[in-house]
Design a protein around this ligand. Structure first.
Ligand SMILES: *Cc1c(COP(=O)(O)O)cnc(C)c1O
Length: 621
């Protein structure tokens, strides 16, 4: 932060505490959707989404497809609802990225129905007068939509126009909505109407989902609400002094001489302006906090600079931190700052920090930060094709020949991804942990449990796990891409279920059935479940756990990575002394991090770092 001209601190501990206070205000059986549109009101959609999910959010609310694509790219898996209407030409992206559109017309539902199977939330306008099906024709429209065979109505919702200030109108909207719901013979999974203010001012029993936005960020939409719930602001916006100057009586400060010194005074220049999201209307009105004291803004706010009166501050210095918004000082709460120019907290928050880096805090400590210019960041599409292009371009840049690059690339594909199937397979979040325990039954062997988990696109409604006690036999299983896990047994061990078996195999928490077959010197376990059929083509969480035995006399154990993998963590646990890990990694991360504790040693890369096949680690004991 020392080098930042301005920055925001996002206090995730406050966010969590706001959520738990809000949760006490709604129906105990209701669930909540975290609203993260507009980059979570400027707080950073990814980090807020992660924390909200950890605190129980069942879904996320966003404004448009692009926000959804970014969250998916960042690895967010929960349902994401696009609250604003989408365009017809966005339907493909909605389906590809597994987003849930809101539907405000039967025509739009029909257009989706033509393209593919999709969950939707139907939006009903009960008086907001914005998007949504007008309430008086909602029932017949819902019934029309219900006839579309590719459409699953996952939710029906409406939106309050004045939940924070007009109880009568809010009740009217709520009654209109309840009327419609009460006439439906089949209810969708989710019924929702309350935004965060609605949760406080108008609790209701018929809805089973609420949508939390502004209040969860610790900002009140109305002063009276402060008596009903005690929330803490999540965002603090800060800058530091770059220059200190003096003005004599009659000198003017800033553009158009709107401030003229009435007597001699000291003032300081802050390197933030309206281009940083600090509103122009705060010119000559705004306040900031320096050394715990309030200072007034003097003159017009420029694009990149702002002047503050520091006459009352003892010994202000260049580099001193200045708080522009948030924190515990009421003078600069979003509510009070925006009241100075009749502005809106929603607006101020979502425009702040265009240039500022965000720092995330938990329990008073900085735990993460997000880069500058994040609003220009376009998600890289890591579809198989694009991944191929990336590899090809990388080679091209190194060998300075397009032709060679494309040949080498072809060759990589052929070698790695088997004969006929050129579809690139890759894994993410690869975790493999192996644990040795002493075995009473077989004192010369360690009872060995292995837990493997990763994310990968499901290719088929079944896959296999293979285990052989002979390297040549196992080799041919490395070529088969329906095999997700291979294990080499010591050749002193018999091939049977007592010495190698699956203890659990799951895909997205569905416990799969498994069936063992022993033939041609190999144990082959087929893992399957009827539910997998509908999940083919999606990136899913795989986890495979096994029990087996490993000879004590071997003194080494190897783990291989045989597919392109992003983010690797391999660990080995035992009560052995002096275990060493020798990673042999190809890819950018040649030297993964090795962490040793008492009985465990683990090797890991950053979660976004790619590791190429033919990497691995040898544990020596
Ligand atoms: C933005 C939005 C919300 C969140 O409203 P808050 O007042 O910030 O709680 C809820 N529902 C819809 C449809 C929205 O667009």
């Amino acid at each position: 932060m020392k080098n930042d001209r301005s920055w925001t601190e996002i206090d995730l501990t406050n966010f969590k505490s706001n959520l738990s206070k809000l949760k006490k205000k709604f129906h105990p059986e209701a669930e909540f959707m975290q609203i993260v549109k507009a980059d979570a009101y400027g707080h950073g959609a990814y980090q807020i989404a992660k924390k909200a999910i950890e605190c129980g959010a069942v879904s996320l609310g966003i404004a448009n497809v692009q926000e959804g694509i970014l969250l998916r790219y960042q690895g967010i898996k929960v349902p994401i609802i696009i609250l604003s209407p989408s365009f017809d030409n966005e339907i493909d992206l909605i389906l590809e990225n597994d987003l849930i559109p809101s539907v405000s017309t039967v025509e739009f539902a029909r257009k989706i129905n033509e393209k593919g199977v999709c969950k939707i939330h139907i939006n009903i306008d009960t008086g907001m007068g914005r998007s949504g099906i007008p309430y008086n024709i909602a029932l017949e429209n819902i019934n029309d939509i219900r006839k579309l065979k590719n459409i699953e109505i996952n939710g029906i919702f409406s939106h309050f126009s004045s939940a924070e200030e007009d109880p009568e109108f809010t009740k009217l909207q709520s009654d209109r909505f309840e009327q419609i719901i009460s006439k439906l013979d089949i209810l969708p999974k989710y019924i929702h109407i309350s935004n965060s203010s609605g949760v406080i001012t108008f609790p209701n029993k018929f809805a089973n989902l609420v949508r939390l936005g502004l209040l969860s960020y610790g900002i009140y939409s109305n002063v009276e609400m402060k008596t009903k719930i005690n929330l803490k602001p999540v965002m603090t916006f800060k800058s530091r002094i770059t220059q200190i100057k003096s003005a004599n009586k009659g000198d003017s400060i800033g553009y158009n001489k709107t401030f003229v010194a009435a007597k001699s005074m000291d003032y300081a220049i802050l390197p933030v302006g309206y281009a940083d999201g600090y509103d122009f209307l705060l010119s000559n009105r705004g306040k900031v906090i320096l050394n715990e004291q309030v200072c007034n803004i003097v003159g017009k706010i420029s694009m990149d600079m702002t002047a503050i009166d520091v006459s009352k501050i003892s010994a202000p210095k260049v580099g001193d931190e200045v708080i522009l918004l948030g924190g515990s000082n009421e003078n600069i709460s979003a509510e009070n700052i925006t009241s100075l120019y009749n502005g809106l907290s929603y607006e101020l928050l979502s425009q702040i920090g265009r240039r500022a880096k965000r720092y995330y805090k938990e329990n008073g400590k900085i735990i993460d930060s997000s880069p500058l210019l994040r609003r220009d960041f376009m998600p890289k599409d890591l579809s198989d094709n694009k991944l191929g292009n990336i590899i090809e371009t990388a080679i091209e840049q190194r060998v300075h020949s397009k032709e060679i690059a494309s040949l080498v690339h072809e060759d990589i594909l052929k070698r790695l991804f088997a004969e006929k199937d050129k579809d690139i397979h890759y894994r993410q979040n690869f975790k493999h942990s192996i644990k040795f325990e002493n075995s009473e039954e077989f004192p010369h062997y360690y009872l060995t449990s292995t837990d493997l988990s990763f994310n990968k696109k499901l290719q088929n409604d079944h896959f296999s796990v293979a285990c052989a006690n002979n390297e040549t036999v196992l080799e041919k299983y490395f070529l088969r891409n329906d095999v997700e896990y291979r294990w080499l047994l010591d050749n002193s061990i018999d091939l049977n279920e007592m010495f190698f078996n699956i203890t659990s195999v799951k895909v997205n928490n569905i416990e799969l059935y498994h069936e063992m077959k022993i033939a041609d010197g190999c144990i082959e376990i087929k893992c399957y479940h009827p539910k997998l059929k509908d999940l083919v083509g999606q990136v899913l969480d795989f986890s495979i756990s096994t029990k087996t035995y490993y000879p004590k006399s071997s003194h080494q154990l190897s783990v291989y990575i045989i597919e392109m993998t992003q983010g690797v963590n391999i660990s080995f646990e035992s009560d052995l002394k002096n275990v060493e890990a020798v990673p042999i990694f190809s890819g950018k991360s040649k030297f993964p991090k090795i962490i040793k504790s008492n009985n465990k040693i683990s090797i890991s890369t950053n979660k976004d770092e790619w590791v190429f096949p033919t990497s691995g680690v040898v544990f020596v004991y």
